[in-house]
Design a binder for this molecule. Structure first.
Ligand code: 5AD
Ligand code: SF4
Length: 473
């Protein structure tokens, strides 16, 4: 396959960091500590991007706040996957009117997937004059330069050029926690599912070089991170664009070889590219969590075809069976879209029956949302919102029932969990995750945050398990 990627030269990133240092003198003049707020919507890839934005801001001397009235710079990192997310962003950006009035000179930036769509950029240009800077996912690497332009030229800056995507190494990151870390291994998507806007806004698939990924994983382990999630829109096609004879399973194996006690997770897997080799590798690599998020989207082969998913109901079920043969304890989660254009009562019933057959540990369910420019947007959609809502509610009920049953089966078992944070509550003060990623609440010493501990599960409901630290011996 052709090697098509725009790699940003290391000197370019050094130039951006130098701009951060120039801005440092400007924004910290008089010895004050400027503050920034980064508000993130959408998926883990956006969380990871926001860590880079915060990394740059920290280089410029900014501290961070969650209060828009305290912030000198506000960056809203947006999502375009569903209309609901866009409406929330627009509502919240509009409300920043108040903080900007109270703090003249406040800079408001909107970035991410939503603004990579022309009609949205136009909307912001016309109807949201309080927004000073707009930049798409392909321009993130030059955020310092763009912010400098806003500060020096006192005019609005829009950077949303079309692009099939870039790969930029060496952007500073300001990570959110100290136990769990996101690690992007690739960007973009080539699949063009007919309902999805992602390939249009995030560009074509491009993988980071394996040595860069492994090096970053090693640094994370050395820094004490215990749970590393490899991120990509479709991690199973990792490496296909590199021509290096390395695939996703090989990458897992290399990361698994890094010394240390840590867990490897990953998101998201496209079922059509999930291979037996991947399942075998997961089973053989002791650091790889036995969890796979395998979005099925629909249980009907006709709808799957209309969605351009590249597998049938039967092929999907077969993959699940193979995965479970290698990992009988596999935790399986999924995404499902209800009400895809033209989905009939019978076709929805096939989704229900597939979920009954697979018995997912958790399901993320969405009502179809029409996205500008996607093929599904022009498909006939005769069913009403009420029909779709009814189906959505039925699927939710099923999903909740199965999750509760699955959690009930944990009661009385012993699990090795990673304690990842405090809940802020008096009772069950700690939160933890099982190897498969199920949430466990614990009552124990906060000093355990960041450690693996054995717990006995004492109860569970649809959403979580409850445990107590097991006595050894
Ligand atoms: N409408 C509803 N849900 C969508 N998703 C992606 N695009 C749409 C859309 N247009 C869902 C899919 C995907 C998840 C991240 O979001 O289920 O797996
Ligand atoms: Fe969207 Fe499909 Fe790509 Fe996932 S695989 S990002 S659903 S086009």
């Amino acid at each position: 396959m052709k090697y098509e990627r725009t790699s940003i030269a290391p000197e370019e990133i050094s130039r951006q960091i130098a701009i951060c240092h120039t801005l440092f003198d400007r924004v910290t003049a008089g010895g004050r500590r400027p503050l920034a707020m980064v508000d993130t919507y959408g998926c883990q890839q956006n969380e990871a991007d926001s860590e880079k934005i915060r990394g740059y801001l920290a280089e410029m001397g900014y501290g961070f706040t969650g209060d828009e009235f305290q912030a000198d710079v506000i960056v809203v990192n947006t999502c375009a996957v569903r209309e609901h997310a866009e409406m929330r962003v627009l509502g919240n950006v509009g409300a920043l009117n108040h903080s900007k009035k109270a703090r003249p000179g406040q800079i408001i930036a909107v970035c991410g997937c939503m603004v990579q769509q022309e009609h949205m950029t136009e909307k912001i240009r016309r109807s949201y004059p309080i927004v000073d800077l707009v930049f798409g996912p392909h321009e993130l690497w030059r955020f310092p330069e763009l912010l400098q332009q806003v500060m020096e030229r006192h005019k609005r800056v829009f950077a949303t050029e079309k692009s099939s995507g870039v790969v930029a190494e060496g952007i500073p990151e300001n990570r959110d926690g100290r136990v769990k870390a996101w690690l992007s291994i690739m960007y973009g998507c080539n699949n063009f599912c007919t309902y999805c806007v992602v390939p249009y806004v995030r560009g074509r698939e491009r993988s980071r070089l394996p040595e860069q990924v492994v090096q970053e994983a090693r640094e994370l382990v050395e820094a004490g991170y215990k749970d590393i999630t490899l991120l990509g829109q479709n991690v199973n096609s990792y490496g296909k664009d590199l021509g290096l004879d390395v695939d996703f399973a090989d990458l897992i194996r290399e990361i698994n070889a890094i010394p240390g006690d840590f867990l490897i997770r990953f998101m998201t897997s496209h079922p059509k590219d999930a291979t037996e080799k991947l399942f075998r590798t997961m089973a053989e690599c002791e650091k790889c969590a036995h969890h796979i998020h395998l979005p099925v989207q629909s249980g009907s082969s006709r709808i799957l075809k209309a969605m351009n998913r590249g597998y049938t109901r039967e092929q999907y079920l077969e993959k699940v069976a193979i995965a479970r043969r290698y990992m009988p304890d596999l935790v399986l989660t999924t995404d499902i879209i209800v009400g895809f254009p033209g989905e009939t009562e019978e076709e929805f019933a096939e989704t229900l029956s597939l979920c009954e057959a697979v018995r997912y540990d958790a399901m993320f369910t969405f009502i179809y949302s029409k996205r500008v420019g996607t093929p599904a947007a022009s498909m006939p959609d005769p069913y009403t919102r009420e029909d779709k809502q009814k189906h959505f509610d039925a699927l939710m009920d099923l999903s909740n029932r199965i999750s509760a049953e699955k959690h009930a089966a944990y009661i009385g078992t012993r699990q090795r969990v990673l304690v990842d944070g405090e809940t802020g509550r008096e009772e069950y003060n700690l939160s933890a995750r099982t190897n498969g990623g199920r949430l466990v609440h614990l009552q124990a010493d906060p000093a355990l945050v960041g450690s693996f501990v054995d717990v006995e599960i004492v109860s569970g409901n649809t959403w979580a398990l409850y445990g107590k630290v097991a006595q050894h011996g």
